[in-house]
Write a protein that binds this ligand. Structure first.
Ligand SMILES: [Zn+2]
Ligand SMILES: [Zn+2]
Length: 88
């Protein structure tokens, strides 16, 4: 999946849950998570997510950010951006 930009925090977590549910398969035997499309092992990119003010759609914040794991498939997806933002 792609690093969130201008999503709400709930939107981001919802999208991440949906990605894991619909695009990946977990092998219960070894705990590995693979891509449903191409079978490549899913990786997690640690992305820095800035917190921006909700409301006017502009990317304005006070510099606060947090690190979030963005799951993606190296086999059939672009590398997610290392930085993104949520608007909350
Ligand atoms: Zn923003
Ligand atoms: Zn894939």
């Amino acid at each position: 999946m792609q690093t969130p930009v201008k999503l709400t925090l709930d939107g981001f977590y919802g999208r991440r849950a949906e990605f894991l549910r619909e695009r990946t398969i977990k092998n219960e035997a070894n705990g590995r998570v693979i891509c449903r499309v191409c079978g490549t092992r899913i990786k997690i990119l640690p992305a820095q997510i800035e917190i921006h003010e909700a409301g006017n759609g502009q990317c304005v914040g006070n510099g606060e950010s947090f690190e979030a794991g963005v799951p993606y498939c190296p086999g059939c997806e672009e590398l997610p951006a290392a930085e993104g933002c949520v608007h909350a």
